[in-house]
Design a protein. Structure first.
Length: 161
């Protein structure tokens, strides 16, 4: 039963990576079309959607890295091995990726605030806060999992001795 749960989780992560690559391809084609029609700084301020797309592409890179390390962790757990040398660095990289995503979304907050002001849509501001808090929360969860893994590893080594 446990093995099937890990296979299911692995399938979900692989599907997420594939769909993120597809979305990145669409975003790149939209930005390429904007560049062909004369991409200037005025276009970024006039149409902030391009800036949001660019920030999304910037966030795509660490998200993909975090998902690939998540696949590495799942593979190690599927083999019933607690390789401390593999899992802890992967958790650290995932934590750093979520911190980078948080920084990107914090940089995107003023753009979303301008959009909310122009369109008279105050609901975008709480959405921006949620977009900032999601990666911060996931980074904290990754840190807790890393700490639990270190404690489990030390107790496991003490039992072996």
């Amino acid at each position: 039963m446990y093995r099937w749960k890990l296979i299911y989780l692995q399938a979900i992560v692989i599907t997420s990576i594939i769909s993120l690559c597809g979305l990145a391809g669409i975003a790149i084609s939209v930005l390429a079309t904007g560049i062909q029609s004369g991409f200037t700084f005025h276009l970024l301020t006039d149409k902030p959607g391009y800036l949001i797309l660019f920030a999304g592409l910037l966030a795509w890179i660490p998200t993909t890295i975090a998902l690939l390390h998540g696949l590495k962790i799942i593979r190690v757990l599927k083999n019933n091995a607690l390789a401390h040398t593999v899992l802890v660095p992967s958790f650290q990289i995932i934590q750093r990726c979520f911190n980078v995503i948080s920084i990107i979304t914090i940089g995107l907050f003023p753009v979303l605030f301008v959009i909310a002001d122009q369109d008279d849509a105050p609901g975008i501001v709480p959405l921006a806060f949620v977009l900032i808090l999601i990666p911060v929360t996931l980074s904290a969860v990754s840190s807790v999992l890393q700490t639990l893994l270190k404690k489990y590893q030390t107790t496991f080594q003490k039992e072996q001795d």
